[in-house]
Structures are given as C-alpha cells and as structure tokens.
Design a protein around this ligand. Structure first.
Ligand SMILES: [Zn+2]
Ligand SMILES: [Zn+2]
Length: 240
C-alpha cells in the first residue's frame, strides 16, 4: 500500500524544517524529524484507511526534506524525486522565507488546537482561484471562519453606528436595509484585511474588518491576489 501524496500543508511544515536547518535535509533520528513525524501522523488530512504502517514515519519525513532541499536554487546535485507541489512550496520559501515560516507556524498552531480538524469537511468548498500557493486552503478557511464570526460582525456594526457611519458597503455603498427593508436591516458582511499568514497571532481588531455587501465581498475573494477594498472601490467608481 502506497501512502497518500503529501498535502500542501504537510509540505510547508517539512520545508520549514529544511529552511531552519540552513536549507539542508534532516536525518531520520533528528529530534525535529521525529517531532514532525508525530505531528503529521496526528493531522486529520488523510483518513486512517489510506495510511500504510509507515505513514509519515521519521524515515519518510527525512526523505521529504531531501526532496525539498535538493529543489532549492543553487543546489549542486540533481533534485531527487518529489512533486510539482514540492517545487512550488520551495519557491514560496525562497521568495518570502519569513512569511512562509509564519504560515508554517499558523498551520502547526491550528493543528495542535484541533481547529484544522473542524475545517476539513468544508475543504472542497474552496475554489482553487481563491487560494494562493503561498497560503493554501486551510489558512484560507480559517480566514473565512473568522470573517463569519457573528460576535465580531455585531461588534463591528455597533462600532460603525457609534461612530455615526452608515452600516453599508464600504466599496459600493449598498445598504441592505434600504433595499430589503426589515428583512435586510443590519445585514452586512465582514472582510478581514490582514494577510493570512498573520492570522492566529492576535485577536482580530475591529479596525482590521471592512464592511462589504455580498457582491463586493465575493469580487474581492474571486481570484488571487485579493484586492483591497480601496482597489475594488476604484474599479467600481471608474465604471460609474
Ligand atoms: Zn458593495
Ligand atoms: Zn473576506
């Protein structure tokens, strides 16, 4: 039985070890290899029914770090086997090492708190265009879950009212209450403007949320890179 291919999130965790090890592979008995092996075995990404007896063993983790280390630019030998996804993750680490280490830390943190577990059933709802190779689906889902937090939305609406501003789309001005009457009163969506790799570092600040109508929110997330509300507003205003 062959083990399932490595998921993007697993590759990011392995590549973070390589990066922190001076872009070199890690041996099977290295404590960091053993620790990652345990973590990957606990991750709920691949169901037990598809795992072999050596699923993500320290040996297989070590081999993955070799595959990744040999794909860095400047590596003197031939790359070992490995996938297109491996190369994409290595490229992301080369382009933005700090951001990718932060992304790995977010994945790790969410794996340990069990939050990843809850998000897996909705993984397939994500359109590939909404997700960038540097962030992956799980972090995106955490972002989305946070945006949909009813407590945050209520707090943001309250703050907007207190400041004397209308509860309307910050991009196009659409006001659900004005169009739909009682049924639309107080309806608005929240968009979180902080980059995904920062998610989890701190609690969401109300200043980091933008109020948007459903159409404008969808247009921001439609393809990567996401637009800022200001950029979308410019498009909308130029077309009027
Ligand atoms: Zn709008
Ligand atoms: Zn959003």
């Amino acid at each position: 039985m062959r083990d399932p291919a490595w998921a993007w999130e697993e590759i990011v965790l392995a590549c973070a070890l390589v990066e922190q090890n001076g872009r070199r592979e890690l041996r099977e008995h290295d404590p960091a290899t053993v620790e990652l092996s345990r973590l990957l075995q606990r991750l709920p990404i691949h169901p037990p029914s598809v795992r072999s007896g050596v699923f993500r063993s320290p040996g297989s983790v070590s081999r993955k770090t070799t595959d990744l280390a040999t794909r860095y630019p400047g590596y003197w030998g031939k790359p070992t086997r490995g996938s297109k996804k491996d190369q994409e993750v290595v490229n992301a680490f080369v382009e933005a090492p700090e951001q990718m280490l932060a992304t790995a830390a977010r994945i790790r943190e969410n794996a340990l708190t069990g939050r990843l577990h809850k998000l897996l059933p909705v993984l397939d709802e994500v359109e590939p265009e909404e997700v960038s190779a540097a962030e992956g689906r799980l972090l995106y889902l955490i972002h989305r879950t946070r945006e949909r937090d009813p407590k945050l939305r209520k707090a943001k609406i309250r703050q907007t009212r207190t400041a004397g501003r209308p509860v309307a789309c910050e991009v196009c001005g659409f006001d659900f209450g004005r169009t739909y009457g009682q049924r639309g009163a107080d309806y608005i969506e929240c968009h979180h403007i902080v980059p995904l790799h920062h998610i989890g570092e701190s609690v969401t600040r109300l200043e980091d949320l933008a109020l948007l109508c459903s159409n404008c929110h969808r247009m921001i997330h439609r393809t990567r890179p996401w637009l800022t509300p200001g950029e979308l507003k410019e498009i909308v205003e130029n077309r009027r």
